[in-house]
Write a protein that binds this ligand. Sequence first.
Ligand code: AMP
Length: 636
Amino acid sequence: MSHTDYASFYRRSIDDRDGFWAEQARLIDWQRPFDRVCNYDNPPFARWFEGGLTNLCHNAVDRHLATRADQNALIYVSTETGTERAYTYRELHTEVQRMAAILRALGVQKGDRVLIYMPMIPEAAFAMLACVRIGAIHSVVFGGFASHSLATRIDDAAPKVIVSADAGMRAGKVVPYKHLLDEAIRLSRHQPQRVLMVNRGLAPLDPVAERDVDYATLREAHLQAQVPCEWVDSTHPSYILYTSGTTGKPKGVQRDTGGYAVALAASMRYIYMAQPGETYFSTSDIGWVVGHSYIIYGPLINGMATIMYEGTPIRPDAGIWWRLVQDYRVTVMFTAPTAARVLKKQDPAYLTKYDLSSLRALFLAGEPLDEPTATWMAQAIGKPVIDNYWQTETGWPILAVCNGVEPAPTKFGSPGKAVYGYDVRLIDENTGEKITEPNRKGVIAVQGPLPPGCLQTVWGDDERYVKTYWSSIPGRQMYSTFDWGVRDADGYYYILGRTDDVINVAGHRLGTREIEESISSHPAVAEVAVVGVADALKGQVAVAFAVLKDPARAATEADALKLEGEIMKVVDEQLGAVARPARVRFVSLLPKTRSGKLLRRAIQAVCEGRDPGDLTTLDDPSALQQIRDLVQPPSA
Ligand code: AMP
């Protein structure tokens, strides 16, 4: 493959789309070659590498056995349990086959869904790889989510089997899973046939007769298992990953097989500059898209060792991540800006204590990267700090600096330029016109087809896919990212926040509607508005303003605090602590337009001490004043 300058590389990916991607498709193995690179006969549905047969697990594991069977594939580190264990490609292959045999024995067949609700343990990776090995579709649900969130996903994905564990651990504390899972299954209409439990010995399991089975016992029974990869169509779904939107119901982002494998393989080269045989360290969680793409599939498809880390960045001390970089000769590292901000508060000596000479760059994504953090981080580790912008929906970066194609400068505050394959447009939200002049704000959109690796549809709901993502730009069918942005004269984009009610807390995407629905289920609450408010550490935090059925419930400060605690507990139990608002404040009415539309943006502006803008539609100005008095007390 001849490397050219980035501008030509990019142009070719758009102008000679099929030629470009047919070349990239050589980065993976095909059992049968594809007939057509991209079938876009039925927009916006793109079918990549149609006619081709492949398998994600083959490309991530089996393919490497011939050349690197004894090299590390999965390096598991838990500072919570004090475990550090590396699996070679051969060992990973063996464990994945055992898990695949177990799933088969439990009745899982091609196309069946398997829900994975697990902490960061190797068995979670085995389960993901085992699913795609046999053509089953996995749906990993972040371990920080609680019963209600889990139940919604169980009902939508309708899994035949759920794989889970007794507990996770965070900052030295056991986080039990089993009771949340049992409660979720009780709440859901769909019932899984079997629940496969990994027992870490951290929390009680209370097995449900006829339903729950023990992983260790079944593994013993399948030690010699040989389960060949099931060759599937390139367009066969590999997984569903739920993400929050503007409604209370999460969307199941459905990903294909061949397009995803090709997109990840290419991104490892062109964006992350990662070579086979090296070690990749992404600090995300398998419950998020970064975990899917850059803990599990991307590094393994690229023949690398990948570090799977259970723990926080500051335990046992703030040197832990850098110790891992040193010990495993990590070349590429990936984390979120919030983690960098956490490290910034620690003793800087930890950043120079270890040998970081192997490290090529640190990539950050998932939320806006502020300039002071980026500058500090780059100086502290003496390595390039590279921002990149993408979404659960796309599965890999939309905006980045593709140093693997042509080294280019980083501009602080910008994740970079449009990535090859994405026909990125900046759109005037009122007219739908393409903005061509620099530095004018617009909606970041992508002209279809989306490149390989992006969502195929919303699981089970093609109409919702079209309506949600492809129908918001006036007069055109174009994919909306729902992010505001500007582009400078050099083609670098700057992200200016969401156009919808999605908020981003410490890189975790949350829908304000979901949190509002959960708070409304508390019997004392009549009505509630949740907004994202700027936070120095987490980027944003959720803040709730509730109207009570009986205002006397929050008559005194002590009453209000007690009720606030109760409401937070409801959110913890239903959605998980990750969605818990930082504050729940009580007001007698919410700011709305005369037609009854909640003015979340005005509330947010007031909370951030900004001008709420045009308030001519506001029904009762005292509503906003109440909020102002609460968040900006006159004494402050
Ligand atoms: P998620 O699907 O959870 O990865 O969240 C995607 C959203 O996070 C995007 O739509 C952006 O709002 C935000 N986001 C992700 N990466 C970046 C970045 N590098 N800079 C600014 N915002 C980002």
